[in-house]
Design a protein. Structure first.
Length: 488
């Protein structure tokens, strides 16, 4: 296929060149109706590229096949059989993937380190989750993806499960042994979905972890806006094999997706694919070299330890890591990642990727260079020099592994939509949660609807919020009270 082509971008250029006059949405009519104050900030190019996908970019019948061509090129670029674009983010794409494998009251094996969007999919669908425990690093208080053995054991206990879902890479850049997990699933003729939101770049350089399709995944969901050059909400999901039918996957996406997709997002996805095919190898040669150098420089800063393969990979841990996710343990500075991240933003206007009770992280991509990493390094050196100002930090009481694994007493859907009441934290202990409680970022729920709250988890969330943790999906974001299932 001719990867010098970008069908969406070319159709958009043709739209402009042909001088078409729309009597259709969008109502701004090529920026003419937009408030001049908005145009001054956004620029007219945004509005000029905001056209209808049909009766705009393509004709009423989509006979030009613009989107289909762009999706076929993307599939060819990464070696998938089918590719679908989504303008509603991977939060929607992963729901479509789940619904293509299991339906209401059917079982799906799910790694318990799944993103909150997966839990939302369980609530909407009524799928019964069979939770597969991640691999827990008790020394560093960090979860890595579940093992293939854990998925195989779950299938032995639940042979009626329709398939499995695993998250890899995690927001911390750690990766599952996807080949072994896929083999465990396929030995039982069951499909595996990979939430690879953080791995859109993986197909384009052999120095990066193996991407899901190469490892044998049936469906793979990627967020091109995270590690690629897509715009926010730009997502792609890929399909291969015959365990999931393409018409079923597309139908589920149609059920959930918008009927007014953004051509802006389509164009960015299309252009990114061309960029990666033509220049991805060189871009990631440079990015990986930059990451290696940056890691070395950060490791030399007082109080900072950069996690690498020796920390994160091995028996009982992750199978691989993405070196572009630079995870920095600052526990030697005797403060929290929350305080350090806030200080760096306030004094250096640098936004870090995630922070927790002992870590901060910086995400590098092909867009970074020595000028951006110099800014990062200056900020990190400065926060190290001012560490005394960040003490004493409130202590986050992180439970042991046993305290993090809660009893699933009800289906997520039943708990979420059932009768509820709001109780003070201490009175909520022992009750069934009716809400998701998700430290964000990275967005992995600490508590799911239907799980029974414990003293350990209530203390973790309460002390976490006092220390700077953000729990945006809670009814009470201060974690002083919790929404629970009402008791008769």
């Amino acid at each position: 296929m001719d990867h010098s082509k970008a069908p969406v971008l070319e159709a958009l250029a043709a739209y402009h060149e042909s001088g078409q006059t729309p009597f259709t949405p969008p109502g701004h009519k090529q920026a003419r109706g937009a408030d001049p104050r908005v145009r001054a900030v956004l620029g007219d190019a945004v509005f000029h590229s905001d056209v209808l996908a049909t009766s705009g970019l393509d004709d009423r019948r989509s006979s030009g096949g613009v989107l289909e061509q762009a999706q076929a090129l993307m599939a060819d670029a990464v070696g998938a059989q089918h590719t679908f674009f989504s303008t509603c983010g991977s939060s929607l794409s992963v729901k479509a993937a789940m619904l293509s494998v299991a339906g209401p009251h059917e079982k799906l094996l799910v790694g318990r380190d799944a993103h909150k969007s997966v839990v939302s999919g369980l609530i909407l669908s009524g799928i019964k989750p069979v939770w597969v425990d991640p691999q827990w690093d008790t020394e560093r208080h960090l979860a890595h993806p579940p093992s293939a053995e854990a998925f195989a054991a779950a299938f032995e206990e639940h042979p009626d499960a329709r398939g499995a879902l695993v998250t890899s890479p995690t927001p911390y850049g750690t990766c599952a042994d996807l080949s072994a997990i896929a083999a465990a699933c396929h030995a039982r003729n069951k499909p595996v979905i990979v939430d690879e939101a953080w791995g859109a770049h993986l197909p384009f350089h052999d120095g990066l972890p193996t991407w899901a399709m190469d490892a044998g995944a049936d469906v793979c969901v990627t967020s091109v806006h995270k590690m690629g050059s897509g715009l926010e909400q730009g997502s792609v999901f890929h399909l291969q094999g015959d365990l999931v039918k393409p018409e079923v996957l597309k139908g589920r996406e149609d059920l959930l997706g918008t009927t007014s997709p953004s051509v802006l997002l389509y164009a960015a996805l299309d252009g990114w694919r061309r960029q990666m095919v033509e220049h991805g190898k060189t871009l990631y040669d440079d990015a990986l070299a930059l990451a290696a150098d940056t890691r070395t420089r950060i490791a030399a800063i007082d109080g900072m330890h950069v996690h690498g393969r020796n920390d994160f990979c091995g028996p009982g841990l992750a199978a691989d890591i993405d070196p572009l996710q630079i995870i920095i343990d600052i526990s030697a500075m005797d403060t929290t990642g929350y305080r350090a991240a806030d200080w760096i933003r306030a004094y250096h206007q640098v936004n870090l990727h995630l922070s927790d009770h002992r870590r901060i992280s910086a995400q590098l991509t092909h867009a970074d260079d020595e000028s951006t990493t110099a800014i990062l390094l200056a900020a990190l050196r400065d926060v190290s020099a001012h560490a005394r100002e960040l003490r004493p930090a409130s202590r986050v009481e992180v439970p042991p592994t046993s305290g993090l694994r809660l009893e699933q007493a009800m289906l997520p859907r039943d708990a979420f939509f059932g009768r509820t009441e709001q109780l003070p934290a201490q009175r909520a202990i022992g009750r069934i949660s009716a809400e998701m409680l998700t430290p964000y970022p990275p967005g992995i729920p600490a508590v799911l609807p239907g799980e029974r709250l414990t003293a350990d988890i209530v203390r973790y969330l309460s002390t976490g919020v006092e220390a700077g943790m953000v729990v945006p999906d809670a009814v009470d974001t201060e974690a002083k009270s919790f929404r629970v299932v009402a008791e008769d």
